[in-house]
Design a protein around this ligand. Structure first.
Ligand code: 4NP
Length: 157
């Protein structure tokens, strides 16, 4: 089935999933693919309405991105609005799947790390309580996995 929309999901929607959203936007732009909808959401509601974390934004801006987004919570409705739902870690995957209403919903959920070719971690580590190197790693993982997602979009179309 064609992939016309992608939703990245983490816990707070201020670090990892906005990074996925913004890197994916750039990959699509570089490839002239303007018709794919991209968004991000958090399984928790602590940070609703907030801009992406300043440390995450600084890392992305250093790579030439203009960072967009404001945090929102993942809902069951997202299953109706997105073709591909990409959680960052195992806990996020579990919480996203709890809101699935059908096998078709569940089939839309694919862990972010499954799209990486260079990195073999099984989860995207939460950088929130750590140092700058955690944000660099998240951005490196996003560059790898979002290229993989672009390949998946092309092969599914
Ligand atoms: P994210 O990072 O899930 O990548 O947005 C976090 C942001 C906030 C918190 C945890 C993780 N927090 O506990 O407030």
């Amino acid at each position: 089935m064609a992939i016309n929309s992608v939703l990245f999901v983490c816990l707070g929607n201020i670090c990892r999933s906005p990074a996925g959203e913004n890197v994916m936007r750039r990959v699509l732009q570089e490839n002239g693919a303007s018709g794919v909808k991209v968004d991000s959401a958090g399984t928790a509601g602590y940070h609703i309405g907030k801009r992406p974390d300043a440390r995450m934004s600084a890392e992305l801006e250093s790579r030439g991105m203009r960072v967009v987004g404001s945090a929102r919570q993942f809902t069951a409705q997202d299953y109706s609005e997105f073709d591909l739902i990409v959680p960052m870690d195992n806990e996020n995957t579990k919480n996203v799947l709890k809101l699935a209403k059908s096998a078709g919903d569940k089939a839309k959920v694919k862990p972010f790390m499954s799209f990486c070719k260079e990195f073999t971690n099984d989860e995207v580590p939460d950088p929130y309580y750590g140092g700058a190197e955690g944000f660099t790693l998240v951005a490196d993982l996003m560059e790898d996995g979002c290229r993989g997602i672009w390949q998946e979009i092309q092969s599914a179309s």
